[in-house]
Design a protein around this ligand. Sequence first.
Ligand code: HSE
Length: 398
Amino acid sequence: MNKKLKIGLFGFGVVGQGLYDVLKKSPALNVEIVSICVKNKKERSLPEELFCYSPEDILSNKDINLVVELISDADEAYPIVKRSLELGKNVVSANKKMIAENFAELIQLQKDHNVSLLYEASACGSIPVIRNLEEYYDNDLLLSVTGILNGSSNYILTKIFDHNKPYNEALKEAQDLGFAEADPTFDVDGFDALFKLVILTAHSFGTIVNPEGVLNYGISNISDFDINYAKEKGFKIKLVGQVERLENNKLSLFVLPRLVNRDKYIYNVEDEFNGVVVKGLAYDKQFMFGKGAGGHPTGSAVLSDITALAHDYRYEYKKMNYYTNLDYDKSGSIEIYLRYKNESDLSKFDFASITESYSGPLYNYKVGLISIEKLLQLKNDLRYMDIFIAVTGKTLSY
Ligand code: HSE
């Protein structure tokens, strides 16, 4: 534990500042932030000499043995993380998009250069979900991981449902509080949750899934009509990511809004909190709950990775050797609520069966079974249509 960690930090936004603050509360830890690389000069609370403006200043500094990457742009983060690993520096990152999109290569780089890349802060903020999936749920019992993985959209849904706030006002609050991504589309259209789900899938089942091939749809089209529908039936609407091991030893995964009954653990997960339900044979369900966004909660997950590196911890990606052929499968069907206005939009959805149907002056809806493959074909168009979709959660057909 006494190996001195000399940190080169990239980014000093909400999470960078959060890390700086929580590090100050951990005086026993033998670490030093040597340099902080930021894009632009501006008035900051820390001495100017701590900042640099070229990544090379950190990458070429042989004193720095740990790179902490906390910038929001995945394309900017990728070469920094890659070069750091190639140079033999351990890396801590919170960049879920960068990790999910370059997963196989980042794992290979760790092996090739005998270094460690840790990213607990990339999924569910302060909840230690990756480390637990990797270490504790390291056997055949694990069946599914389901959860609220995005703090901003959960914050917005809470404000809409419980406080009758307009969507845009709630989104603005999530941004002002530092929960939302630089481009909040990431949060509200389910991309952030998708990247997190891809990361959780690798540590749950050892399968690396290309995020582009996975269905994600968020809450940006939610309307009062949908909220009233949910309230009348005693549901809340939550944005939920789920990966499940199917009976044919395949994996199903998607991110979709869900009508959540009050008997579910995630029903009471509010504001920027995240909640992850782990389901397995023998133990049924377990529930992890905590703050999923914000500088200090996320900074605390980064701190935990830094501490782990002081003990030379690395992910072994155990499930990749443990399971074989747990491939991603899109052939299942799910029951959805589809609210629509135009018949031309409805006609794009090829329901296998319909159990509920309503036509009204403003909107119509159908509840019915639809194949995931069909929804995937529409994935890039869904958020531009005058519709809203939510999984009923009642009948996953597998
Ligand atoms: N924008 C993310 C969220 C931050 O709202 O969950 C934490 O990953």
